[in-house]
Design a binder for this molecule. Structure first.
Ligand SMILES: [Zn+2]
Ligand SMILES: [Zn+2]
Length: 245
């Protein structure tokens, strides 16, 4: 039971960092926040992602490319040019690493307006830090696992970010319905209540209105992160930019 709670907690905390901070803030700037909160959420996102830490600049650049070139050959992760999800993710990884190391040329319009903390990034991206987090997960399992097969769940912790990315990027442009059939890409809404990916599976709604902080568009759709964003706005952790929504 403890292991199950740990897995669920890790899944949702890391996913919250991804959707709230990397996606809606770093890539889309749907809201602003003070330097204190920007740094706080940067560290939150790092610690919750742990072994599979993602750099905010590289995330923002790849994601802006995804919106600009959705489901074309210049999209870093479209399922429509790959037979299966693993090959697609390896392709995404190559572009991500290329952006980080400077071997992939980045269009200047994508390469600005995201949080940059080189010292935190240097520590978070270091192999020793990633191994430290892996050690923490393993230790937790050694202490709390009650059956041997539970250790088979450990790879989910090690690769939690890429697994979530794979689900969203593959399913979100392949399976589901479209509220906005005129969108030129193949984006879909996969779930009506996106409890699994915290709103990320409303890809069709999101591609239709990329700056809209609520990924749900119809009254019967639920994006569980939007009420949290509204609350954060109310208690002044963030300031929503698109108040018309
Ligand atoms: Zn998309
Ligand atoms: Zn987006």
């Amino acid at each position: 039971m403890v292991i199950f709670f740990f897995l669920v907690l890790h899944w949702y905390l890391s996913l919250f960092g991804q959707t709230f901070y990397l996606h809606r803030y770093s890539a889309h700037k749907m809201f602003t926040m003070s330097p204190f909160w920007e740094k706080y959420w940067y560290i939150f996102t790092w610690v919750t992602q742990g072994t599979s830490y993602l750099n905010a600049r590289a995330y923002a650049i790849l994601h802006r490319m995804h919106h600009a070139y959705s489901d074309t050959e210049k999209d870093p992760h479209t399922p429509h040019f790959f037979k299966e999800v693993f090959t697609m993710m390896m392709h995404t990884r190559r572009i991500y690493n290329g952006v980080l190391t400077g071997t992939v040329e980045v269009e200047p319009k994508f390469d600005k307006n995201f949080p940059v903390y080189p010292t935190i990034d240097k520590i978070a991206d270091h192999i020793v830090t990633r191994l430290f987090f892996a050690g923490l997960y393993i230790t937790f399992y050694i202490v709390f696992a009650t059956h041997w097969w539970m250790f088979l769940l450990l790879p989910i912790h090690f690769l939690i970010g890429p697994i979530q990315g794979a689900v969203v990027n593959w399913a979100g442009h392949k399976y589901g319905y479209r509220n906005f059939p005129d969108e030129k890409d193949q984006s879909k809404n996969t779930l009506i209540f996106d409890f699994l990916m915290l709103g990320e599976l409303f890809q069709n709604n999101h591609h239709h209105a990329g700056a809209r902080p609520n990924f749900a568009a119809k009254w019967w759709e639920i994006d569980p992160v939007y009420p949290i964003i509204k609350l954060f706005d109310k208690i002044k952790i963030i300031k929503l930019v698109n108040i018309k929504y």
